[in-house]
Design a binder for this molecule. Structure first.
Ligand code: B12
Length: 233
């Protein structure tokens, strides 16, 4: 398979929720055909850029899963199998994303906000930031606002990254910033937000320092804030 065939096969197999060759597939019976794991390994061997595997294969596949969920063609277990297939290959991709830094450019605290369990995007952001030389502390999913603020108090990070994928949980980002302000913890901290329902306008409205549309933008923004260049500089 060529690079672009591999990318489209990865996308299709995410959509089918197929982690590996033993999985059947949500819509077609595909047992024996390579799944996401085998395809990603082949793509890496063929030197398909990791950026393309992530954005055009895995992330685009998840986006299409979301569209099917919205149209009620897919249900929660279907979203979960796709998410599991993507989660499983992150370990394979991690060493390729961790090529750059060894020196710490600062401490980066990451969390998915209260009542929100989505973490694939946050985990990618964490791996890429580690790779860019930041010391990443990941607080996990559905982290209560008070716990995020306590962690800021304890860890004294330079950056706080908040992730929200639901319209109903975005408000906890604002809540977190307000509580940080109340406790006098906001001024030395850069707050960066991300996740599908968020936007630069929303970031401005709630007083965050930046919004990033994906993990590559997160690395660029953090690098700029740390006083260096972009993802490649
Ligand atoms: C997988 C998935 C799930 C999985 C999550 C598994 C997991 N471990 O994460 C499960 C099945 C658990 C799930 C559950 C639900 N989900 Co869901 N889910 C998705 C889906 C299909 C993909 C999300 C994803 O992983 N995308 C791939 C990653 C790589 O992209 P990303 O998350 O956007 O992250 C990138 C950027 O946003 C950015 N980024 C993200 N975070 C951060 C943080 C920082 C600091 C920075 C800088 C950048 C950044 O960088 C990332 C990497 O490039 C989306 C559809 C979609 N289009 O997003 C729906 C979606 C988010 N889910 C949705 C819904 C409704 C739900 C449920 C409420 C369903 C239900 N009725 O129960 C529950 C809620 C559970 C909860 N309390 O959180 C809706 C949300 C609608 C809305 N706008 O509010 C969506 C949009 C589906 C839809 N179209 O209706 N879901």
């Amino acid at each position: 398979m060529s690079g672009s065939e591999l990318i489209s096969a990865i996308r299709y197999n995410v959509l089918q929720g197929r982690r590996d060759k033993d999985d059947e597939g949500l819509e077609d019976d595909l047992v024996g055909e390579p799944g996401v794991e085998e395809l990603v390994k082949e793509a890496l061997q063929k030197k398909v850029p990791v950026h393309d595997i992530l954005l055009h294969g895995l992330t685009e596949g998840m986006k299409q899963v979301g569209e099917k969920f919205e149209k009620k063609e897919y249900f929660i277990p279907d979203m979960l199998s796709a998410a599991e297939a993507v989660g499983a290959v992150m370990e394979t991709l991690e060493p390729y994303l961790l090529q750059e830094g060894t020196t710490s450019k600062g401490k980066f605290l990451l969390a998915t906000v209260e009542k929100d369990q989505h973490d694939i995007g946050k985990n990618i952001v964490g791996i890429m930031l580690k790779g860019a030389g930041f010391h990443v502390v990941d607080l996990g999913i559905s982290v209560p606002t008070a716990d995020i603020v306590t962690a800021v108090e304890k860890e004294k990070p330079d950056y706080l990254g908040l992730s929200a994928l639901l319209d109903t949980t975005m408000r906890h980002m604002q809540e977190t910033i307000s509580l940080l302000q109340e406790k006098g913890l906001r001024s030395d901290l850069k707050v960066i937000i991300g996740g599908a329902p968020t936007s630069p306008e929303f970031a401005g409205k709630i007083g965050a320092d930046a919004h990033c549309k994906d993990a590559f933008a997160a690395v660029n923004t953090a690098n700029e804030m740390a006083g260096g260049g972009g993802a490649n500089g």
